[in-house]
Design a protein around this ligand. Sequence first.
Ligand code: C2E
Ligand code: SIN
Ligand code: SIN
Ligand code: FE
Ligand code: FE
Length: 431
Amino acid sequence: MLTEKQKLEALTRLGADLNRIKDLDILMEHILTEARRFVNADAGSIYIRKEDQLLFTYTQNATLQKKLPRGEKLIYSTFSIPTDKSSIAGYTAITGKPLNIPDVYRLDNAVPYRFSRKFDLTSGYETHSVLAIPLKTLRDEVVGVLQVINGQDESGKIISFSEEAARMMNHFASMATTAFERAQMTRTLILRMIRMAELRDPKETGAHVNRVGSYAVEIYERWAQENGIQDKELQTNRDVLRMAAMLHDVGKVAISDEILKKPGRLTEEEYAVMKQHTVFGARLFADKKSDFDEAAAEVALNHHEWWNGQGYPGRVDVDANGSPQTFPARGGKTPGKVSEEIPLFGRIVAIADVYDALSSKRVYKESWDEADILKAMERGAGEQFDPRLIEFFFSSLDVIRSIQHRYPDQDEEDRTCPDTLSRTQTIEQCT
Ligand code: C2E
Ligand code: SIN
Ligand code: SIN
Ligand code: FE
Ligand code: FE
């Protein structure tokens, strides 16, 4: 159990973390962990509302987690329940009112909601006390539900949640709501940038950027495993890298249509202009206000560098703000960066981008057969690509194929994405 002083300290820390940690998933898991700690709850969930469903988006259960191998996820994560009054979380979401239930197996017959035994039957867990709080925005819109389960006393005996615990939870619910809304706004802004880039280069569709983002994350995960990267760092980097990889070609917004949409081969001069998309892209994030800006700049600048130093733009000058300067367009060459001089995220996205470019039809080329693509990737090891990362690429090939399947190229008119995302839409679902 926490003392009052510890609680105060933890709350202050959480406030600071909110500002620092930008990634929504980590933030939400963090809020849930702290909420559970405050009221000494064995389990808890944050449901996110998606149309008429409530998704079990974040779930923690100390008792069940102890029985799982390390790192394994709880099965709940794929569950959803309808947003209606028939369930506890649904009732809370619909009415916007918290529920504090001493024992879900002893509900008054007069209440409209029922506890679904399916959850306990599926998981082998026994739910008793439940405290459910709506995630309500300032506009009184319910975006989800925060729920803690099975409060415990010092001896571990399950007890009801106190009125004080219920009041405390409002605080966590409001933090979760803020985090959620802020992340949605960031995602919306990034999505707009990606769409802006796509408008300029319609052959590089949303599916392309999604695939490159997903391949990159896959390769990064293998790299992180090999290098003993801690779970928490891995989680943050995953999200940051995905977004950064999706924006690798955003600098193409500065390239003229004449060059960008040219159906045939580029001349030497046109190619020199095209190469500037790396530098233009990096300049968009030159402020480096966050991990994300940093990663996005790194990826945009370095995704066409080659492991053997034959890539571009090479060692470009930066101004006082760290903004890369345009390099000589006509024939001028700066020495290419070599091997680990190229930042990791750049080396990863280089592989993801070329693999996807070869697999896809472009204005200037047909798509290649898989066998030829794989041969080219293998030949590129140590030349164009980091040979160790290429090994990770090949060991993830099954996953990479399934990603390809998940984001097939489609016609422009099939894409029905609104300018702003609905509450729970993710970029993945919507480009
Ligand atoms: P992109 O189409 O996304 O291609 C990304 C990278 O994939 C290329 O970088 C290159 O490394 C690889 N790649 C793509 N197609 C082929 C291919 O047929 N053979 C081989 N060996 N590699 C391929 P790169 O060359 O620096 O090109 C950067 C961007 O410049 C390309 O992005 C594309 O937008 C544009 N581009 C390059 N060549 C041409 C061209 O001949 N015509 C036109 N219209 N655009 C071109
Ligand atoms: C339900 O409300 O019946 C679903 C599970 C839960 O809320 O604990
Ligand atoms: C990064 O490039 O930001 C990941 C860390 C590393 O380079 O080792
Ligand atoms: Fe590029
Ligand atoms: Fe690309």
